[in-house]
Design a protein around this ligand. Structure first.
Ligand code: PLP
Length: 283
């Protein structure tokens, strides 16, 4: 496995970063995860546009960084022979030899990338997954994709300890999103709802892509806040993300969602999305 770190390609086990890195000390870092399907990057430009927005939001200068990212992605995919999987990219604010909250006026960001081969359309997509509901304890700028992921990591650990696959986050009786995906609920035959964008959730690239496909599915989507009670009585629930694509949630807090099987709307959304990326799968 070959990774990219600050200008060089090295073997995974040989990649080293200073413990004084601001990403390590303060989670002062942005990241992106872009799916690879059939050897091609999915929605690459949209991922990079979101990266630029995050970097601006967290005060990391970017001009020299983002110009060659497509080449770096493609080189890494080719060196590792990835046909299906993802590329992870992280821009950290860099290391300055001491722990200083403010840091120097001029930051020298670092860049780390790796990729992984993984089935994006597998059993989870076919049979669905289980999830638990967990209070959302994240900071207030969830629209930036930063490595400040402790509350999501803890939510995952809690769900795995209970035998579930993931977590759905809520605050003040309202659902925000899943721990690493956006959330969608089908309330009745006509109503598909996903949370409106704002500082409370990540503007998912897969979410946007699904919204763009909606015309062809013949359903309208309400983008609004979803009450926890609506989630718990939903007919169908699914999530969207770069690595899960469209994943049915068939069990919530130990109870079946709807019939306990992926529902017809979820199947239609999956089918449309898979066709969009050129996947030859009967969803
Ligand atoms: N929401 C959160 C909190 C995430 O961490 C992610 C992806 O990691 C998403 C939503 C989905 O975003 P995308 O579709 O761009 O992968």
């Amino acid at each position: 496995d070959i990774v990219y770190l600050n200008g060089v390609y090295v073997k995974k086990d040989e990649a080293c970063l200073s413990p004084f890195d601001r990403g390590f000390l303060f989670a002062h870092a942005a990241y992106e995860v872009t799916a690879v399907f059939g050897g091609e990057l999915i929605d690459f430009d949209a991922h990079m546009a979101r990266l630029v927005r995050t970097l601006e939001g967290i005060d990391i200068p970017r001009d020299d960084l983002t110009v060659c990212l497509q080449d770096l992605h493609e080189e890494l995919i080719s060196r590792n022979g990835v046909i299906e999987g993802f590329v992870y990219l992280q821009v950290t604010a860099g290391a300055y030899g001491r722990r200083d909250f403010g840091g120097p006026e001029t930051l020298m960001p670092g860049l780390f990338m790796f990729c992984e081969t993984r089935n994006l359309i597998g059993e989870k997509a076919q049979y669905g997954v289980s999830a638990i509901t967990v209070e959302d304890q994240r900071w207030k700028r969830r629209d930036y994709k930063t490595t400040q992921l402790l509350s999501q990591a803890l939510a995952y650990r809690e769900s795995e300890r209970g035998g579930a696959f993931g977590a759905i986050l809520h605050e003040d009786g309202m659902v925000t999103e899943a721990a690493s995906a956006n959330l969608w609920v089908v309330l009745d035959a006509e109503t598909l709802v996903t949370r409106n964008l704002g500082r409370q959730i990540l503007p998912g690239i897969t979410r946007q892509s699904v919204l763009d496909h909606m015309g062809r599915i013949g359903m309208t989507v309400e983008e609004r806040v979803i009450a926890l009670d609506e989630l718990k009585t939903a007919r169908e629930v699914f999530t969207t993300s770069a690595t899960g694509l469209v994943l049915p949630v068939v069990e919530l807090d130990g109870k079946p969602v709807g019939t306990g099987k992926p529902g017809p709307v979820t199947r239609r959304v999956q089918g449309q999305y898979y066709r969009g990326i050129g996947a030859d799968v009967d969803a």
